[in-house]
Each structure stands twice: as C-alpha cells, then as structure tokens.
Write a protein that binds this ligand. Structure first.
Ligand code: NDP
Length: 285
C-alpha cells in the first residue's frame, strides 16, 4: 500500500476528546448540554444510528433524552413533540432520525424544528447560512470530511476538488465547505460526461454516490487524496464504499477506508453541533 490511510476512528476520537473538554466548560458555566433524539418506528439501521449517537453523547458528557415512537405515529403527533422540544429550554439540540415512515412528510418536520436546535443542519435557514458563510451549525458528514482532510495533514486551498454526487446531505454541502476552504470545486453526478477524465484532474476526490466501484484506479491521479463517503454492500454482502480501495490505494496519496473513514466523523460533528447549540442558546463563548 502506498497511500496514507486516513483513520476516521482516530480523528473522530480526537474530536470527541476535545468536545468532552468543551462540554465540561459549558457545565462549569451552569448549563448541561442536552440532545433530544427522536426515533419513529423500528427500522434496524436507524436504531443502530440512534444508539451510536446516544452513546457518543454519554462519552462526551452531553445529556441525551430519547423518544421512541411507534411506527404508526401521525405527522401531527410528531410535530407536537417537536414543538414541545422546541419550547423546552433544557433541550439544546433536536435530532429526528430519518427516514420517517411514509405517512409523515420529512420536509415539514425539518421545517418545524427550531433552526437554533437543528444540530443536523437540515433546516433551510441553516442551509442558507452555510451558503452565505454565516456562523452556525455545520452539516455533519460534510464537516467531518473537511476535518479528515485537514487533520491528516492535507491542504485544501488552491486544490482541484472533484465531488461525485450532488445530494442535499453530502454532495452540495461538501462542495460549499471545500469552496469556503479555498478549493476549486467541480461537482459531478450521474449525467456528467467523462467522469474519469474529470477525476484525473483532481487533487482531492470526494465520492458520495452509493455505487460500488464509482472510483477506479484509472480515474485517480498519483498522490491524490481520496475520500470515500459511500456505504454499500458488495456482492459478498460486505460493507464497502464507492471506491475500489484495493487498487486505488496503490495510486492515491491518501485514502479513507470503509468502514472506519467518513462514518465515525458524522457523529463526532453532531456532538460538536450540540455544544454549539448549547453555547448559542445560553450566550456562552
Ligand atoms: P443520493 O442517492 O442522494 O445521491 C447520490 C448522488 O450520486 C446523486 O447526485 C447521483 O447523481 C450521483 N451518482 C449516482 N451514481 C453515479 C455515477 N455512476 N456517476 C456519477 N454520479 C453518480 O446519496 P447520498 O448523498 O445520500 O449518499 C451517498 C452515499 O453516501 C450512500 O452510500 C450513503 O449511504 C453514504 N452516506 C454516508 C454517510 C456517512 O456518514 N458515512 C452519511 C450520508 C451518506 P444524480 O443527482 O444525477 O442522480
């Protein structure tokens, strides 16, 4: 292997350690940071995500309160709970785990969450602030990607950054953050012509397609930094990313593994947003 392995577990542990110090300071100021986690239904993947988020809060010293609602919960019932959590001064962050059952309109729920408590950074107000460069929450997975690149010693400024995928959760916000870091950004998608050629010009590639082998060795410039956001299953049922890791690692300068790359960062950044929320709502610096 020639590429540096970017260790998301290690970097996320560092961020959580820093967060624990910050949480202790907030507590000293008389505020107990608190995240409300809402899960509707019994989707097993969502249950795992929610439990991991609650565990991470515990480790860092953030109080978490959880609401596990029946899969048949109506939109009105969920909106009522969100309104109650919005009004609760002891709750600083609200996380409603997506996806929601089909009788509930996700967009309505996102809009109902007080933007000041929107630690997922999904509310249009926070998305707008991200685009105008204002202060506030950072979208968790994209912000985690920036931390991975920087903390493993790579520069973004002036680099050609190619993002594959244009979703609201990953592709678009990561483009915005890379641009804010002074990268030169190209966003690709399923209609992009000559994807391989575009990628070969990249110093940094971020792949978020959810498709196995989107990025193969012939698409990567020697020494490029390759960030794999994908979480897929290969033919053998094994968890894998979008990148042909075995071959790309021989060419890239640095690469994230799946699992153990971007995945752990998302929760670490959520924790950071909870602390931002607690401070913002209590006028703490
Ligand atoms: P979406 O399905 O919403 O978006 C996928 C994007 O990839 C679309 O813009 C699509 O283009 C593009 N795309 C699909 N196939 C190709 C292709 N062959 N060539 C070029 N572009 C392509 O996915 P998400 O952004 O929500 O997630 C992407 C992946 O990241 C998934 O595997 C998901 O599980 C994972 N993920 C991981 C997270 C983590 O914490 N590690 C967090 C969030 C997501 P078009 O717009 O034209 O359809």
């Amino acid at each position: 292997m020639t590429a540096q392995l970017i260790d998301g577990k290690l970097i996320s542990a560092q961020i959580k350690q820093e967060a624990a110090v910050e949480a202790a300071k907030i507590k000293e100021a008389g505020v107990i940071p608190c995240l409300a986690v809402v899960l509707v239904g019994n989707d097993s993947a969502s249950q795992v995500y929610v439990n991991n988020k609650k565990k991470a809060c515990e480790v860092v010293g953030i109080r978490s309160v959880s609401y596990e609602l029946d899969g048949g919960t109506t939109e009105e019932e969920l909106l009522r709970l969100v309104a109650q959590l919005n009004a609760d001064e002891a709750v600083h962050g609200i996380l409603v785990q997506m996806p929601l059952p089909k009788q509930i309109n996700e967009e309505k729920v996102i809009l109902a969450i007080d933007a000041k408590k929107d630690v997922d950074c999904f509310h249009p107000m926070n998305v707008g602030l991200l685009h105008t460069g204002g202060k506030g929450f950072l979208p968790c997975t994209p912000a985690g990607i920036i931390e991975l690149i920087k903390r493993s010693g790579h520069t973004i400024q002036g680099q050609n950054c190619v993002i594959i995928g244009r979703s609201n959760i990953v592709g678009k916000p990561v483009a915005m953050l890379l641009m804010q870091e002074n990268g030169t950004v190209t966003i690709c998608h399923s209609k992009t012509r000559n994807l391989a050629e575009v990628c070969r010009g990249a110093d940094i590639i971020v792949s978020a397609t959810g498709k196995v082998n989107t990025v193969t060795a012939d698409m990567v410039k020697a020494g490029a930094v390759v960030i794999d956001v994908g979480m897929n299953r290969n033919e053998a049922g094994k968890l894998c990313g979008d990148v042909d890791f075995e071959h790309v690692k021989e060419i890239a300068g640095a690469i994230t593994p799946v699992p153990g790359g971007v995945g752990p960062m998302t929760i670490a950044m959520l924790i950071k947003n909870c602390l931002v929320a607690a401070k913002m709502q209590n006028n703490l610096k």
